[in-house]
Write a protein that binds this ligand. Structure first.
Ligand code: NAD
Length: 512
């Protein structure tokens, strides 16, 4: 694998997106937007257009929601074993097309190919994992009491609206769609407008695998109208949303009139706490991986580094020394770690924190300037402006905006702490509560601190290692609900209880 090789493959795989507009897919049919509207997608590599995409209207959402409603009865009634077969077939085809998916994803998002290759395979794993759970999805419990046996069962809730963000769209879409389909729900997917291409590949793969028409509908468009229409549609019973916290709040309001069940996976400002007694080399490698991989455009990125005061200088020097050698470049170059940020507006947001850090009195220990002259650094065409180097802010405190706000780029804020309680207080003193990372060699300290941290997921002496049966999700402004294992089915299904009398108990006779 080389950049030249990958550029040739990109040209081949992008061709079909460039030849004609990317259409919506409703009830098994490719469709233009009802008013013929389109929007343009640019690649963050060079800011050149790579596709024109149908801009779905409220009418298109309505058609898709009705199609999902009509397909629901049959899909929900299909045995779990049959659903399992189709979902495994989807995984097979994803694996067979993994190269195409990862290259398109890389060009569409700017994420480095070394990570996107794994994201495609992880998408297949998501389908396999939930496929295997499909046959038992409806299982429940028997609960005994004197005179009654209660039997619970679960039923798929109905058509689901799935709304996904731009950062790792393929993997995240499969993470929401696979359990919804395994549970017996049908879906309408509205991908992010900034990187919608692999969502189109996914729906094609699903139907090639034999998914009945209407079960999976795809409508592209912007959030404020296409996305909004989906959240307001009466036939849509629940919204599975991944994106920003403020968008989650808007969706709650938009879905209020139709009493939408909502699952939110939102933003984060995740701490990595490093005690002096820990393995500092490993802690530094893990912290660097969690903030500088995936361009730092990652909800679980370790964007706040809380370091015990006595090792603060030594540890930040170590992080800066290691991170300095990280390669920023063309995302299709296998050596690249940090590719271009998704879009010039996001680049402006991320780089605005360089000035904010200076104004707040922090020190820029590494990076802090947009990368210039990318056209000379890559052998491919990357004349774009979206390249940001690994950046480290030191001498920061937790009151600063660089410590409180989700920057969503390769930007790390290092804050010293004195005591264990200080570390906990600083870690918890943000609006978010998605993930936290803890480095200590003391088991009791690990238990005490992890118990006190306000985060949905905590990794001790580790970077983020995903395990699909374990719960994934956040507290506070980071989300509502959990994915993973049976937690996913709790969201996509209704639990029913049926009470059977086991003896003729005395029934109160009123008015007799
Ligand atoms: P975003 O909230 O701007 O957009 C996400 C999706 O919501 C897009 O498809 C968008 O079109 C749609 N949308 C926007 N406004 C809408 C509205 N009013 N009604 C319905 N849909 C609407 O988020 P983004 O910028 O695409 O993604 C980055 C954010 O996602 C970050 O905050 C990141 O932390 C978060 N994220 C969270 C997780 C997680 O698992 N917790 C994972 C990945 C990303």
């Amino acid at each position: 694998m080389s950049l030249e090789n990958n550029l040739q493959k990109a040209e081949k795989y992008l061709k079909k997106f460039q030849e004609k507009p990317v259409l919506n897919h409703i009830n098994g049919q490719d469709m233009q937007a009802s008013d013929g509207g389109v929007f343009e997608v640019i690649s963050p590599i060079d800011l050149q257009p790579i596709a024109t995409v149908a801009y779905g209207t409220k009418q298109d959402i309505d058609k898709a929601a009705i199609a999902a409603k009509e397909a629901f009865q049959e899909w929900a009634a299909l045995s779990g074993v049959e659903r399992k077969k189709i979902l495994h077939k989807i995984a097979d085809i994803i694996e067979a097309r993994a190269e195409e998916i990862s290259i398109i994803e890389s060009v569409d998002t700017g994420q480095a190919i070394r990570f996107m290759a794994k994201a495609a395979i992880r998408g297949a794993e998501n389908f396999r994992y939930f496929a295997d759970m499909a046959p038992s999805a409806r299982d429940g419990k028997s609960l005994y009491c004197s005179g009654q046996i209660n039997i619970t069962s679960r039923k798929p809730i109905g058509p689901i609206g799935i709304i996904t963000p731009w950062n790792t769209p393929f993997m995240l879409s499969t993470w929401k769609i696979a359990p919804a389909l395994a549970a017996g729900c049908t879906i309408v997917h509205k991908p992010a407008e900034l990187s919608p291409l692999t969502a189109r590949l996914l729906v094609e793969i699903a139907e090639e695998a034999g998914l009945p028409k209407g079960v999976w509908n795809l409508v592209n468009g912007m959030g404020e109208d296409t996305g909004r229409a989906l959240t307001e549609h009466k036939a849509i019973k629940a919204i599975a949303f991944v994106g920003e916290s403020k968008t989650g709040a808007m969706i709650s309001k938009q879905g209020a009139d139709t009493l939408k069940r909502c699952h939110y996976e939102l933003g984060g400002k995740n701490p990595v706490i490093v005690f002096a007694n820990s393995d500092l080399e490993r802690a530094a490698d893990a912290a660097i991986f969690m903030i500088y991989s995936l361009n730092g455009e990652r909800c679980t990125s370790s964007s706040r580094l809380l370091i015990e005061e006595k090792i603060y200088g030594k540890f930040t020097d170590m992080v800066a020394r290691k991170a300095k050698t990280i390669k920023v470049g063309h995302p299709l170059d296998p050596k690249t770690v940090i590719g271009p940020l998704i879009h010039p507006t996001h680049f402006d947001k991320v780089t605005s924190y360089f000035d904010i850090a200076k104004q707040e009195g922090a020190t820029i220990a590494l990076g802090g300037e947009p990368v210039q002259g990318m056209e000379n650094n890559c052998s491919g065409n990357c004349s774009g402006t979206c390249y940001v180097p690994p950046t480290l802010f030191t001498n920061a405190n937790n009151k600063m905006r660089i410590a409180q706000e989700e920057i969503f780029g390769p930007v790390l804020t290092a804050i010293p702490f004195k005591t264990e309680q200080d570390a906990i207080n600083i870690a918890n003193d943000v609006d978010y509560g998605l993930a936290a990372y803890l480095w200590t060699d003391n088991n009791q300290q690990a238990l005490r601190v992890s118990d006190a941290l306000e985060a949905g997921m905590i990794w001790v002496n580790s970077e983020n290692l995903r395990h699909l049966p374990s719960p994934f999700g956040g507290m506070k402004y980071s989300g509502i609900g959990r994915d993973g294992g049976d937690w996913s089915f709790d969201f996509y299904m209704e639990t029913k209880n049926i009470g059977f009398a086991t003896k003729p108990h005395k029934i109160p006779q009123l008015g007799a």
